[in-house]
Design a protein around this ligand. Structure first.
Ligand code: NAP
Length: 505
């Protein structure tokens, strides 16, 4: 049962946006804290977020599932270390079902506008299925949810099937077809080896080569699953071992790329093993410092590139015709299907265009000039009672985002407790606190390989500013968000004014 087909409540205490890890985690933690008057709206038809949307062939997580899962909902039944998308979606659905919160989820319900009303200290939210007024707006709408389509001349004239990796069209049978994949990021590296055996011919259009290290896949045995299930502390210890191995090594080389020499060696050995042809190998060799872009994992990507029916095309694309991709050297690459694996709108948080704070100014407008910036990646000056999960500079390149989401949830729940205890009607971070937080972030960012490694990536915005990643350890983030620091906020007492009528009109 869920609230999808019932009418939406007119008012709630908390309106949560998104039913992925962040939104579901919020629902569970709100219910646990006794903050029961909430609604989760989700534009899609079910639980899962990115793990429901990305169904492309080969989709799987590249962080081990024992860590890429809620700490409060361990799953002893993961089939393997890097779980496939379907298993993660099923996990989230199961966790949602057993949490007892599903009756407060409204699916197929998209936020189209949210406006802060100072007079009643409420968010007035318009959705595709009606209006809701809420005391707080908690967004778990995802940092990588809106596809970025490439701006290539003629792409709209292509007569065959064309779709983005995150909107895979399963009705299209690729068997025997000539297929092009544009992009060589994390999605492409999983798609290419999955479709290569079926297609007649595959052109992979690469703008810059990724570093790809081997994937040390481990299938859990029955015995291991029994141990996880029945031996107290075993799964917790295993999860911690994965956490610390990533935490202690990887952030080091973000600061000091020399420490990445073993990873680079591993990637180049993986390349040499997978591709024997020196010309192709040269084309697939990255030219920037390892770690500048996300390091990818695959044992099958390079062998797929080396297959007889695959061409790695490194000439820039100049245009697309109704039946071909044309590269700058004038060569026409005839195709039947075009797969666009060009990533997501990562540096703007697309929901920001729909959220309007003081004076009706949108978050997108506030961020337009200097890029995304919030306080602790969670709250933003000018947008009272708005909490964003996976907000500005909370992304990670080395470990599980669920660790960050849980740290943010602890902070949000503590903020809500403060609001109740101190009868706070509205809170927003002080400008100075937000500015200091971001100045410190950007100072730390200057030395990282993401900024200095000689690549362009989805981490950087149009100004070259890294507005997506967290430049410190995740335990530093957890520590900084462990307590709601009311002293860095402007707090307004609750006003006893009735909710503004027709405020959404
Ligand atoms: P991405 O990493 O942003 O990769 C996009 C690719 O498309 C890049 O190779 C990029 O080239 C290329 N590209 C973009 N615009 C282009 C254009 N106009 N013409 C030609 N090429 C173009 O996107 P993604 O692969 O979807 O991955 C995004 C993120 O999602 C990942 O970094 C990861 O955080 C997450 N993800 C995770 C997994 C996993 O856990 N296994 C899987 C998929 C995605 P340049 O490199 O030259 O810019």
């Amino acid at each position: 049962m869920n609230a999808s087909h019932a009418s939406l409540p007119a008012t709630v205490d908390h309106l949560v946006v998104g039913a992925g890890f962040a939104g579901l985690g919020t629902a569970i933690k709100l219910a646990e804290a006794g903050e029961d008057d909430f609604l989760v709206i989700e534009k899609d038809g079910g639980i899962g977020g990115t793990w429901r949307a990305n169904t492309y062939p080969g989709a799987a997580c590249d962080v081990p599932s024992q860590l890429y899962s809620f700490s409060f909902a361990p799953n002893p039944d993961w089939s393997m270390s890097f779980s496939p998308q379907r298993e993660i979606e099923a996990y989230l659905t199961e966790v949602a079902g057993s949490s007892g919160t599903l009756d407060r989820f409204a699916f197929d319900t998209e936020l189209t506008d949210a406006r802060w009303d100072e007079s009643d200290q409420r968010w007035h939210v318009t959705t595709s299925r009606g209006e809701v007024v809420a005391r707080t707006l908690i967004s778990g709408s995802g940092g990588l949810s809106v596809p970025k389509m490439p701006d290539i001349e003629g792409i709209d004239s292509f007569a065959g099937e064309v779709f983005h990796s995150a909107r895979w069209d399963h009705s299209v049978d690729l068997a025997g077809k000539r297929v092009a994949v544009i992009g060589t990021g994390a999605s492409s590296v999983q798609i290419v080896p999955s479709i290569q055996p079926d297609v007649a011919h595959l052109d992979v259009f690469q703008r810059s080569a990724p570093y790809v290290i081997p994937r040390s896949e481990h299938h859990y045995s029955r015995l291991e699953k029994l141990v996880f299930q029945h031996v107290p502390g075993a799964q917790w210890a295993y999860r911690n071992a994965i956490y610390w191995a990533r935490e202690l090594y990887v952030p080091g080389f973000v600061w000091n790329p020399a420490l990445a020499a073993p990873a680079k060696k591993l990637a180049l050995a993986n390349l040499a093993k997978g591709i024997t042809d020196p010309e192709l190998r040269a084309k697939a060799t990255p030219t920037y410092t390892i770690g500048c872009k996300r390091i990818l994992i695959s044992n099958t990507y390079y062998p797929a590139l080396a297959a007889d029916n695959v061409d790695l095309v490194t000439e820039p694309i100049s245009r697309i015709t109704p039946d071909a991709v044309v590269t700058a050297d004038g060569v026409e690459h005839p195709i039947d299907v075009l797969v666009v694996a060009t990533g997501f709108q990562s540096t703007e948080q697309p929901i920001a265009a729909h959220i309007r704070g003081h004076d009706g100014v949108s978050l997108a407008e506030v961020w337009a000039e200097h890029g995304m910036a919030s306080y602790k990646g969670t709250t933003t000056r000018g947008f009272p009672n708005l909490f964003q999960l996976v907000g500005a500079n909370t992304g990670l390149a080395h470990t599980s985002m669920i660790v960050m989401i849980e740290a943010q949830l602890a902070y949000v729940l503590d903020a809500l407790a403060t609001m109740r205890e101190q009868e706070v009607g509205a809170l927003e971070p002080q400008q100075a606190a937000q500015d200091d937080w971001n100045a410190d972030l950007q100072r730390r960012m200057r030395r990282t390989v993401w900024n200095t490694g000689g690549c362009s990536s989805w981490y950087l915005d149009a100004h070259g500013k890294n507005v997506t990643l967290w430049p410190r350890s995740t335990f530093a983030f957890r520590r900084l968000l462990a307590r709601f620091d009311a002293e860095n906020y402007d707090l307004q007492p609750v006003r006893t004014i009735p909710i503004a009528e027709g405020a959404n009109a």
